[in-house]
Design a protein around this ligand. Structure first.
Ligand SMILES: Cc1cc2nc3c(=O)[nH]c(=O)nc-3n(C[C@H](O)[C@H](O)[C@H](O)COP(=O)(O)OP(=O)(O)OC[C@H]3O[C@@H](n4cnc5c(N)ncnc54)[C@H](O)[C@@H]3O)c2cc1C
Length: 431
């Protein structure tokens, strides 16, 4: 049976390779070079559209652990990245041309994969994996909106940073919702007038990431970057997302001058979102400026804020935990379009989609990777009901019970659990 994969980016290549390695023949459709996204520049498969870093190599970092799990699972993308590595300190940095050329050569030479250079504008019949990425072509995006419902397809990320809940200074922060001191829905980080002024000046002067030309139209009033809001006047934030009304700081015995509110990202309270702090500040500047908020002086950022063009679906509403569209058991989604964020996260969701489609074709039941692995935690995040669904990169806060165990144990368990899952998939393949 021929399986169709739409998109020859990081996720599509990984999905096609996983299927072909298990004996399936695959038609891999890539629209380049006939049509280019605004960010891609070459006809090569798996082109890295921006940075040439695949982030940390260290297992004590969630990005490093995710890559190690993918190595165990036989990822072509990560293995090729290892071969194309150039010096980059603690990060896996690659020569982008060697990396993409090697993958293209290997995929094109695979006897079970046919690469077809054509834009797909509708969902093909039969088993299909949609991996068309954050810059999915307009025609296909329009069709996806029809299938998923327009409210379930998003075109921009306007994401606020996420803080490790355990690193907020609780001597400075206090729980409470506006006019409800007893609620623990929000963790409030108060500021005095002096602290606010210093923070404001740093924010206004901080270094920002340049916008790509195609991103310039993406700002709209509902999700202005916090630094742009601040430019409108010294008090705009104190009367906007940082307004203190209805919040009493019991330690100070009064309403603060301004407040950053942190909203829970998960039930366990391991992750908190900085409400209204979507931003184009560089990551280094987010670290520097946002730590000027007293309760955040030692905060660990699990995800930095950003705003950019990004096509993604409302996976928690649309997909089941096999990355299959609910009610349509032959249509799978992979990569960044599922609501993960980042190169390696996209590879991970390409790999899972490929394996899941394989298990489905074998008429077997797919059991997802365990939630105490990075791959399983990401899959769990994007397929668990969530009214505030926003794209997510891998971080330890997503891993089940991560706070209850020593980090060495978390790493050991993750690697052991992913190896066992790999063996289970091998057993299914033998049937
Ligand atoms: C501008 C930009 C910069 C980014 N920078 C980084 C970064 O520095 N680091 C990081 O970790 N992540 C970054 N990301 C996020 C993300 O990780 C990457 O975009 C990643 O490439 C996503 O992998 P993917 O396979 O899902 O999509 P892609 O790699 O984009 O692959 C999708 C493929 O589908 C093709 N395609 C699209 N529509 C069709 C169609 N209708 N028919 C056929 N083919 C189609 C595209 O040409 C493309 O080759 C960035 C994203 C963007 C948009």
């Amino acid at each position: 049976m021929d399986i169709t994969v739409v998109g020859g980016g990081l996720a599509g290549v990984e999905a096609a390779y996983q299927l072909a390695s298990r004996g399936h023949s695959v038609s891999l459709f890539e629209m380049r070079p006939t049509r280019y996204s605004p960010a891609h520049k070459t006809p090569l498969l798996s082109e890295l559209v921006c940075s040439n870093s695949l982030k940390s190599k260290e297992l004590t970092n969630a990005h490093g652990l995710l890559k190690e799990e993918l190595r165990i699972l036989g990822s072509i993308v990560i293995n090729t990245a290892d071969q194309a590595a150039i010096p980059g300190g603690k990060a896996l940095v690659v020569d982008r041309e060697i990396f993409a050329k090697r993958i293209t050569r290997e995929i094109e030479a695979n006897p079970l994969i046919t690469v077809i250079r054509r834009e797909i504008q509708d969902i093909p019949a039969g088993t299909v994996i949609i991996a068309s990425g954050p810059l999915t072509s307009n025609a296909l995006a329009k069709r996806l909106a029809e299938i998923t419902g327009v409210n379930n397809l998003f075109f921009f990320d306007a994401i606020s940073p996420i803080i490790d809940g355990g690193t907020v200074d609780m001597d400075k922060a206090f729980f409470g919702s506006r006019y409800d001191e007893n609620s623990d829905d929000y963790l409030n980080c108060p500021m005095t007038g002096e602290e606010y002024d210093a923070f404001y000046n740093a924010l206004i002067g901080a270094e920002k990431v340049d916008l790509q030309p195609f991103e310039k139209t993406s700002f709209f009033e509902g999700c202005l970057p916090v630094e742009i809001m601040a430019q409108r006047g010294r008090q705009t934030l104190a009367y906007g997302p940082m307004k203190p009304v209805g919040l009493k700081d019991k330690t100070a015995g009064k309403e603060p001058y301004a407040v950053l509110q942190l909203r829970r990202e998960n039930m366990a309270g391991t992750m908190y979102n900085m409400v209204g702090f979507q931003t184009k500040l560089t990551y280094a500047e987010q670290d520097r400026v946002f730590r000027m908020i007293p309760a955040l002086r030692n905060a660990v950022f699990l995800r930095y804020g950003s705003i950019h063009r990004n096509t993604y679906i409302n996976s928690p509403a649309l997909l089941n935990n096999s990355l299959c569209l609910k009610g349509q058991d032959q249509t799978f989604f992979a990569g960044q379009i599922t609501g993960v964020e980042g190169y390696v996260e996209s590879v991970a969701m390409g790999l899972v989609a490929g394996i899941s489609a394989h298990v489905s074709i074998m008429n077997q039941v797919f059991s997802p990777p365990p939630e105490d692995t990075c791959v399983g935690a990401l899959l769990n995040y994007i397929t668990t009901p969530n009214d505030n669904f926003q794209p997510m990169n891998i971080n330890f806060g997503l891993i089940k019970n991560y706070r209850k165990r020593a980090k060495e144990k978390v790493i050991h368990n993750a690697l052991q659990a992913i190896s066992l899952w790999n063996e289970e998939i091998d057993e299914i393949s033998k049937k």
